[in-house]
Write a protein that binds this ligand. Structure first.
Ligand code: NAP
Length: 292
């Protein structure tokens, strides 16, 4: 069993499969992180706006692994955009996580109403990269157009664009833009969590294509979806707080899907997002402060 890694555009190696902790309650997060690391995960994705960075940090310390062996990824929230604000946001995150260096730091969202602040925050990420405080920098939820605008005013091509992507929402245009620039596509809601917790009628776990492939390989539909991400060369960060699911979601390295099987999953795309339009976020409505 080999744990696949992806090489980012600055040469940094990142475990392709990580565990996400969005909506993991603080009191559940440390145990989930410890369970994941002890099950073999070496990549955790959190964010300042998940309000559980301290509990992630506690999990990093409690698990039976060295900090240096874990790829720690977090995101700066829109309230901390602007150059000085972003540098301070980084300090808040490192303090809560209890780490000196972050492996991958992303801008969590574009802020279309204040794109100048988005750019200034990214410039702060460039400074942190140059100073060795982060090993790689990137973005999340940036459209092809927004990527172009960001890159026109900054120097470092983002290593990653983390976007909603799963078999029911495969984002061909956004993937193509990422590929064109050498930006790795990292998939949030990789097993269509945004569909399940937002009440979309599509139930990913009863989809016949996924159920049949699962039966063929003795895997669950969730595992088939995660394997599909790996076949595409994406990074995927499934979330769970349930120990058996955390283990299940990592048990995807002992089978492969054929190109026809990958295509049959690609064909499940509905083009329907399971979440709000990332461009609809505003500081006024979504700019909650991130505590010290
Ligand atoms: P997801 O990982 O696709 O799905 C998570 C949901 O599925 C949870 O309700 C989880 O519940 C359940 N689940 C997990 N494993 C399962 C399994 N094997 N079988 C059945 N159900 C399972 O969705 P997500 O949390 O939205 O996305 C994953 C990560 O992406 C997040 O945690 C976060 O790190 C990141 N993310 C980023 C953004 C962004 O804007 N950048 C947005 C959303 C998410 P239980 O916990 O109860 O198992």
């Amino acid at each position: 069993m080999t744990y696949p890694h992806v090489i980012l555009n600055n040469g940094v190696s990142m475990p392709a499969l990580g565990m996400g902790v969005y909506q993991s309650k603080p009191e559940e997060t440390t145990t989930a992180v410890v369970t994941a690391l002890n099950a073999g995960y070496r990549h955790i994705d959190t964010a300042a706006a998940y309000f559980n960075e301290a509990e992630v940090g506690e999990g990093l310390r409690r698990a039976d692994v060295d900090r240096a062996d874990v790829f720690v990824e977090t995101k700066l929230w829109i309230r901390d955009y602007g150059y000085d604000e972003a540098l301070h946001g980084f300090e808040k995150s490192t303090r809560k996580l209890g780490v000196d260096q972050i492996d991958l730091l992303l801008l969590h969202q574009p802020l279309p109403t204040h794109f100048d602040k988005t750019i200034a925050a990214y410039k702060a990420l460039e400074t942190l990269l140059a100073d060795g405080r982060v090993r790689a920098i990137g973005v999340s939820n940036l459209s092809p157009d927004e990527l172009d605008r960001l890159m026109a005013d900054t120097s470092v091509v983002p290593a990653v664009n983390q976007i909603q992507l799963h078999p029911f929402y495969t984002q061909p245009k956004w993937r193509a833009a990422n590929d064109k620039h050498g930006i790795l596509t990292q998939c949030w809601s990789p097993i269509a969590g945004a569909y399940t917790y937002n009440g979309n009628a599509t139930n990913p776990f009863t989809e016949p294509v996924l159920v049949e492939l699962g039966a063929k390989y003795s895997k669950t539909p969730a595992q088939v979806m995660l394997r599909w991400h790996l076949e595409h060369g994406f990074s995927a960060i499934p979330k769970s707080v349930k120990p058996e699911r955390i283990v299940e979601n990592f048990d995807v390295f002992d089978f492969t899907l054929t190109s026809d099987e990958v295509a049959s999953i690609d064909a499940l795309d509905t083009g329907v997002s399971g979440s709000i339009d990332p461009d609809s976020l505003t500081l006024e409505q979504h700019g909650m402060p991130i505590p010290e």
